[in-house]
Design a protein around this ligand. Structure first.
Ligand code: ZN
Length: 539
């Protein structure tokens, strides 16, 4: 994959920098920016619903504004995708490739948290320039931190914790929503064969998300307001099996019952967007998703495959038992797998429990096995399923898809089987494949192409081409009249804007903002975050 940076009005920016005219920027835009994130939204689902009248608000946005696909990061997983969106940087610059982040060149991991967001996100830049920002339900933005505005944590947090800045906001949210809620553990046993309950809970959490956002919009001033709706991702994971007749868990009766429920859910999302826009009266609105969606029909047990191929060796039973009795304090998955389960001396390659949607393979660099990557690539290329049919295996190497100083922390190889139709499982199993999803409520999975829709007087009626998730931060800064740090990876997509707006609003670039991590984070939060993600089926 080749990624090219394009920048608008470079000459003018240089002029600006040369004359030091970066403060104040009073001639720049004071546009109120509304951003609505729909986790996992894809045109494959919402396109037909816009056409058949179920989603009139988005249809009108499409007809009057700009819309097109938004390419996610590799892997197209919620945590790194929303993080690249916030930071405007590719994972090679931030080191965020999954829900868990390697902060050093070893296998110690920690969960993505606000420690990573703080100081690196577009809302921090806006806040520093005196803009008022409001963030609601942003995934992994926990714990909340002080900002010029307000912040409500999303996925990875729980309402029994401090999830708001300022702290007093939580009582208000509890009041206006009769008890604020964040998550629906859709893959939990609780929801097996309980689709009605799942849909009820998802609709209720959607309503509470939206009620909280509307309340904050009404009662606070803001220049940027961003709300992320996560239930859109969860309902698709759970119900995809009823949308696709070729899915191994498809059931005609349930299709007839739940396809209309699924469509009605998206109608409610559309209605929520209309209400948010009506209340906000923004100068410009963005509708974005962090990745797309599609069917997940089968499972591949990657560590089992590595073991069978002789690349991975387990520790003996007694050693494992001894390690468990020793009960190390470390609960982080990566190091636990390595220390407790693997014979590190004899293991050349392994997959860590990062997510099950995309296979990650790490090499044991201490072993320095010559030609290892090529050998594994060749074997995976020839991979056949349980019926002997060759599987389409796409492989991504970090140096081809990332750039920046943290690229070396990425897995040595990412693999995608049959266009994400397989989950790539971490668990060691007695089988290599499963001809159905490993969890009956995880039947859809992520795809690389999400959505981007933009509407406002400065926006052209056009099809968006070539947009990448890390372009978003640059656009929000540009529209807010705040200098775009030179080291953001995002480009301004010129054809999105009317020529007169571009001419009268030259993009202004500021000093680079090297990636920093806040040191005040409480490590004890990891255990709680892990429990929550596990319950949600992310791990
Ligand atoms: Zn997501």
């Amino acid at each position: 994959m080749t990624i090219r940076l394009r920048r608008t009005n470079v000459k003018f920016s240089i002029w600006i920098l040369k004359f030091g005219f970066t403060e104040g920027l009073s001639f720049m835009s004071n546009t109120k920016v509304l951003v609505i994130g729909l986790d996992g939204a894809t045109f494959d689902v919402i396109g037909p619903l816009m056409d058949n009248g179920t989603m009139p608000c988005l249809k009108s946005m499409k007809e009057t504004g700009a819309s097109g696909k938004l390419t996610s990061v590799i892997p197209p997983v919620t945590a790194p995708a929303w993080f690249s969106l916030a930071s405007g940087k590719n994972p090679g610059k931030t080191g965020v490739f999954g829900f868990q982040v390697r902060t050093k060149d070893d296998f110690e991991f920690e969960y993505l948290s606000s420690r990573f967001f703080k100081g690196n996100s577009f809302w921090d830049l806006l806040s520093e320039q005196g803009k008022t920002v409001g963030l609601v339900n942003y995934p992994m933005l926990f714990p909340p931190y002080p900002i010029n505005g307000f912040m409500v944590s999303g996925l990875g947090s729980s309402p029994d914790q401090e999830i708001t800045y300022p702290e007093s906001l939580k009582d208000e949210l509890n009041q206006v929503t009769s008890g604020y809620e964040i998550r629906v553990n859709y893959s939990d046993k609780h929801y097996r064969d309980a689709d009605d309950l799942l849909i009820t809970d998802i609709n209720r959490v959607l309503d509470k998300n939206v009620a909280a956002a509307l309340h904050l919009m009404k009662t606070r001033d803001w220049d940027l307001f961003m709300v992320v709706i996560s239930v859109t991702d969860w309902i698709q994971h759970a119900l995809w099996k009823y949308l696709d007749p070729s899915h191994p868990l498809y059931d005609q009766g349930k299709h007839e019952k739940y396809q209309p429920e699924f469509d009605r859910f998206w109608g409610r999302v559309d209605d929520a967007i209309a209400r948010l826009m009506e209340q906000a009266q923004p100068g410009v609105t963005f509708i974005l998703s962090d990745h797309g969606f599609g069917p997940m029909k089968k499972a591949f047990y990657l560590n089992t495959w590595l073991q069978k191929q002789g690349y991975l060796k387990k520790k003996g039973f007694l050693k494992k038992l001894f390690k468990r009795r020793a009960k190390g304090e470390d609960t982080r998955k990566g190091s636990r797998l390595l220390k407790e389960k693997l014979d590190v001396q004899k293991t050349a390659a392994f997959c860590l429990e990062q997510n099950i949607l995309l296979g990650n393979i790490y090499f044991n660099h201490a072993q320095d096995k010559p030609g290892l990557r090529e050998e594994i690539r060749k074997k995976l290329n020839d991979l056949t399923d349980s019926s002997g049919n060759r599987i389409d295996v796409k492989m991504y190497q970090p140096e081809d898809v990332y750039w920046g100083e943290h690229t070396h922390l990425a897995p040595d190889l990412f693999i995608v089987l049959d266009d994400f139709k397989y989950s790539v499982e971490f668990r060691l199993s007695d089988r290599l494949f499963l001809d159905r999803p490993s969890n009956p409520n995880r039947t859809g999975s992520h795809r690389l192409e999400g959505i981007m829709m933009v509407q406002g007087p400065m926006i052209s009626k056009t099809k968006i081409e070539g947009a990448h998730i890390y372009d978003i931060a640059s656009h929000i800064l540009y529209l807010s009249g705040v200098p775009i740090p030179e080291d953001l990876d995002g480009k301004i997509i010129n054809h999105l804007f009317t020529p007169s707006y571009l001419e009268s609003h030259p993009a202004v670039y500021g000093k680079p903002r090297p990636f920093v991590m806040d040191e005040g984070f409480r490590r004890s939060d990891h255990v709680e975050v892990e429990k929550r993600l596990k319950a949600l089926g992310y791990l």
